[in-house]
Design a protein around this ligand. Structure first.
Ligand code: ADP
Length: 497
């Protein structure tokens, strides 16, 4: 067996990567699929199309390398989280389009739960801040709004799954209905301490227990792919949500280790070991992917606008023509001339949680120009990350040792150096930044013995570059004071008049 297959089912595309034992990328195939926006604020995917596209990229990646099923030791799945699919157990037909994590249509359901005083209970059991983002209210919406769905669900004729569950069900020809702990922990229906579906939450959201998948560890033999799909049966042996997979792919196995993914938004996750840490600083508690039968927990903080602010410079302001050009402008000037950009375009996430905050450019003087603007925007990614890192330290009581990075914008050397300077710790950029897919491959490969231990996997982690904190303390404090003032302006903007 030469390869492990990772199926990376993202929000806009499905990707398949075949990895070898050293964690090298040997073959990649990628395909986008349709985004469906039936109304403002609503986002849907066609689950059947997701399956078709995923199967297509899996076959394409194998064909590129000329491999057959017997060359593939296992399949690992990583997926866009929270997105909700409901389908007919007999026919396999989805009853409606999948409701995507970004979709806001169930905000009213959540407002109702909060108004009825359930927020603390939800938080205590699921680790989550009640929000339309998670799957629970999406299931309720589908059962309440698709004609006949509730009756069929109660009669045991419908199944629910997040995308991992849906793909495993399709890969096994409808024989296996499972999810993993990490995906279950994003449904707002799963008790993350007792590791079971929570009856009270199921009752509050009117979800019949019979439609829920069995919950298994992230690294386990779930089943085998149907022979016809790849001309052989391949073990399906790993599954976890995308951010948890990235944490695992970065080899953050010990408490206190953390990674930040710099994509459209940023997702920071810190492994907190066997202890679920309750946040007092606006972070969520979630289950991390782990190789054994037990579970590990993580603290998670998300930033809504990160790389998207660089796209804003490019697409709306036209001050740069490519994202990577931002580096050239940033290093043309020694600083931002005392100004700050707070890209709170859709409010501010952790640790502020203010939906009404709006973007500001603060502290502008006559000398402030294009290069300063680009630099200040890049720096905003690092400031926002800094705020979450400090919140994680306060919540966990664990001082950060180092920050591992991935995602598109981690290619920016200026940004990474500034990040190290601000948090006062080293920033490690690995050679392989496809950490999400790699994490899924590791989970599956460990379950079937392709890799023998976490140590074995860790040996594959190779650094591309370390950015060492070099800024003096006074300067750091001065910059952070200015940032805190700029954030106040963004928050103030959202205040009622
Ligand atoms: P996603 O998975 O969220 O689509 P990616 O990990 O592919 O995101 O990263 C793309 C994001 O990173 C874009 O928002 C882009 O603006 C930003 N980006 C890409 N390259 C750079 C760069 N060199 N400097 C700064 N930002 C960058």
């Amino acid at each position: 067996m030469q390869y492990v297959m990772a199926l990376d089912q993202g929000t806009t595309s499905s990707r398949c990567i075949l990895f070898d034992r050293s964690g090298n990328i040997c073959s990649v195939a990628n395909k986008e699929f349709r985004q469906i926006y039936p109304r403002p604020g609503w986002v849907e995917h066609d689950a059947q199309e997701i399956w078709d596209v995923t199967l297509e990229v899996a076959r394409a990646a194998m064909a590129k390398l000329g491999v057959t099923a017997k060359d593939v030791a296992a399949i690992g799945i990583t997926n866009q989280r929270e997105t909700t699919v409901i389908w007919d157990k007999e026919t396999g037909e989805p009853i409606a389009n999948a409701i995507v994590w970004q979709c806001r249509r169930t905000s009213d359901i959540i407002d109702g739960l909060v108004a009825a005083g359930h927020a603390d209970m939800i938080r205590a059991r699921t680790g989550l801040v009640p929000d339309a983002y998670f799957s629970g209210s999406k299931i309720k919406w589908l059962l309440d709004n698709v004609p006949g769905a509730r009756r069929r669900a109660e009669a045991g004729k419908l199944l629910f799954g997040t995308i991992d569950t849906w793909l495993i069900w399709k890969l096994t020809g409808g024989r296996v209905h499972v999810t993993d702990y990490t995906n279950a922990s994003r449904t707002m229906l799963f008790n993350i301490h007792e590791l079971r579906w929570d009856e009270e939450l199921l009752r509050l959201l009117d979800v019949p227990a019979g439609m829920l998948p069995e919950v298994r560890p992230s690294s386990a033999l779930y089943g085998r792919s149907e022979f016809e799909l790849f001309g052989g049966e391949i073990p399906i042996a790993g599954a976890a949500g995308d951010q948890q997979c990235a944490l695992f792919g970065q080899c953050c196995f010990e408490p206190g280790t953390m990674k930040n993914t710099y994509g459209t938004g940023c997702f920071l996750l810190m492994n907190t070991g066997e202890t679920p840490v309750t946040s007092r600083n606006g972070l969520v508690t979630t289950i991390a992917a782990s190789a054994g039968d037990g579970v590990q927990y993580a603290l998670e903080g998300s930033i809504f606008i990160a790389g998207a602010a660089i796209q804003w410079l490019r697409d709306e302001l036209g001050v740069i023509s490519t994202a990577s050009e931002s580096l050239e402008y940033a290093v043309k000037v020694a600083d931002t001339a005392g100004a700050y950009v707070v890209p709170a375009f859709t409010g501010l996430g952790a640790p502020y949680w203010n939906q009404r905050a709006r973007g500001v450019i603060a502290g502008v003087t006559r000398g402030f120009g294009r290069a300063h603007l680009v630099r200040a925007t890049l720096e905003s990614l690092a400031y926002q990350t800094h705020d979450i890192v400090r919140a994680m330290e306060r919540d966990s009581g664990i001082p950060i040792a180092e920050l591992k990075v991935d995602g598109g914008a981690c290619a920016n050397d200026f940004l990474m150096q500034f990040q190290a300077d601000l948090i006062g710790s080293d920033v490690y950029r690995p050679r392989c930044i496809e950490t999400t897919a790699l994490g899924a491959a590791y989970l599956a490969g460990l379950a079937v013995g392709y890799w023998s231990s976490l140590e074995d996997v860790k040996n594959n982690w190779a650094v591309d570059r370390v950015f060492t904190a070099a800024m003096d303390e006074d300067r750091r404090k001065e910059l952070l004071r200015g940032w805190a003032k700029a954030v106040k302006c963004a928050l103030l903007w959202g205040d009622e008049d």
